[in-house]
Design a protein around this ligand. Sequence first.
Ligand SMILES: Nc1nc2c(ncn2[C@@H]2O[C@H](COP(=O)(O)OP(=O)(O)O)[C@@H](O)[C@H]2O)c(=O)[nH]1
Ligand SMILES: [Mg+2]
Length: 634
Amino acid sequence: MGQTGRVNHATIAALDRLDALRTALDGVDLPLSIAGADVARDARRAAVRQIDDYIQPRLSNLDAPLLAVVGGSTGAGKSTLVNALVGLPVTRTGVIRPTTRQPILLHSPADAAWFASTRMLPGLARVTGVVREAPAHQAGDDPDATRIGSVVLVTDDRVPRDLAILDAPDVDSIADENRELAGQLLAAADLWLFATTANRYADAVPWKLLDDAAARDITVGVVLNRVPQGAESEVEADLRTMLGERGLGSAPVFVVTESPLDERGMLPASAVAGIRAWLTGIAGDRAERARIAGRTLAGTVERLGATARTVADARDEQLVVARDLRETVRTAHHDAAERVGDATRDGVLLRGEVLARWQDFVGTSDVFRTLESWFSRTRDRVTAWFQGRPAPTVEVEHEIESGLHAVMVDEAGRAASDAWSRVRQSAVGRQLTGGADLAHPPADLPERTSRLVRDWQQALIELITEQAAGKRTKARVMSLGLNVITVALMVVVFASTGGLTGGELAIAGGSAVVGQKLLETIFGEDAVRRLAAQARADLEARVHVLLLEQASRWDPLLEPIEAGADGDALRDAAAQLERAMAAVGTPADGATHRELLPSDMVEGEALDAVVTGAQAESPIDGEADEVHELEPPR
Ligand SMILES: Nc1nc2c(ncn2[C@@H]2O[C@H](COP(=O)(O)OP(=O)(O)O)[C@@H](O)[C@H]2O)c(=O)[nH]1
Ligand SMILES: [Mg+2]
């Protein structure tokens, strides 16, 4: 019992790579509903399932029995065919076809351990079927009950050893879960027996599946059922032409001439003799079995690589779209920051009566004849001003502050609504923003903006203080008051373009000139130029920070999409698997393979060595609901 042979390191390496690819596929984030995402998500899900159902177990057990899956459209005669192949009415057939039915897997007693284990198709629980001669319609027993997620195992020694036959649900079933299950089973097959009829063989649905078979290089036997007597060669020729066009020219075609069913609903054994001979031939030929298993495995892994690359492209698409959306949001906020910049340049903010008064008060152009005398007079006036009427400096300061504040709040609001509406122009943007509330700026925006203005003014005071290190300058600053100087600097900042001052100054009315002169008197022309430039740069930086902070409210939506690996991780994993598989070779290459894991069952071992899934069921103590009752012949 068991087989001898060296541990196949190449296979272990390939299994490792397969696991890595599975992890990579499983972990791919495709949350955005963009074109192709649905297809990629489905392909990913099917690929992961196929790894679990078929590739992994087959690669680990190249000598395990083959699984022939009988697939085809509703009424193609699949069940009738399976019954005829084993000479036993194991599967119900009839006009009233249940739309939901468990697939039935028929295997030789010698293969019981393998199929009862959930090594292959691990997601499907095993229900052990028994053939009952008595009617199965007992009270409360619904023979058509849906038991999706399980497969009925029927052991019969008429089934050839090393080749099990599975009657799959209709590939065109109106029930989604049945169609899905049919696809899952076909994806787990080593070979297909594809059933169609003389009337229906040109239908589109089955051909889509046959294309998949061709792409995977899977061995397919095509059964052309219910062919009217005399029409055999004509229909067969037509079908062969179609198969040839689809790259399935080498598939054997079995023509089953229409014949009456017996009283048990059975086709005569002679009708399926050719199919039976083909299957038995494969089953009895170890090399042929290995060739078929290896070919299907290789084709399937190749297809898996292609799928991985498709999913990788879809992943990259997601990243591109997420980055586009982020850029849209960023641009809306960046533009708003720029607009704040524009609105605080060229004197736009320096309007209104208060500024006019500031200008009147602080001076007119004719006071500049001698700077020193102007300065002393100015200081006197300013001092008087502070002591007398409501302080215009404070008013000016407030005016500028509230103007600046309003501009920023306005623009931040516009940034929020711009970002929102631009993102929501696309379906994917609408999907992304579904439950979010980002159309408006945050409630604390006014407060943050006030803080920004205060902080900026504080920074101006620090700038001025630094600049006023010299004794004389300090004295002048102190005599006028930091407030007056600060306001003058703000006026200059908002009047000038890009920190240009003096002769290059874009003057926003006299107030700027006055502020300018005042500051130049104290600090000198160069210093004022520098001060103004620094003050403006500082303000712009703060405005950008404020707006980008606001843009970061989108992070919780975008970061989860951006965070995952890009498509290259998948492409790498696929390429590594392909390299590892090339080293494995196939049984057809004459390599020696053995079952790798000690827990794998070996022919002849007791059933208790069999691993069954958590949800696997067994017919314990005759519990009726755990036994799939096979309908007796009618
Ligand atoms: N007379 C006749 N009836 C058939 C033949 N094959 C299938 N049927 C009937 O066609 C219907 C559908 O067959 P079934 O095996 O259930 O198809 P499935 O849906 O592919 O499993 C049933 O009523 C069968 O009895 C055949 O070769 N001859
Ligand atoms: Mg059927």
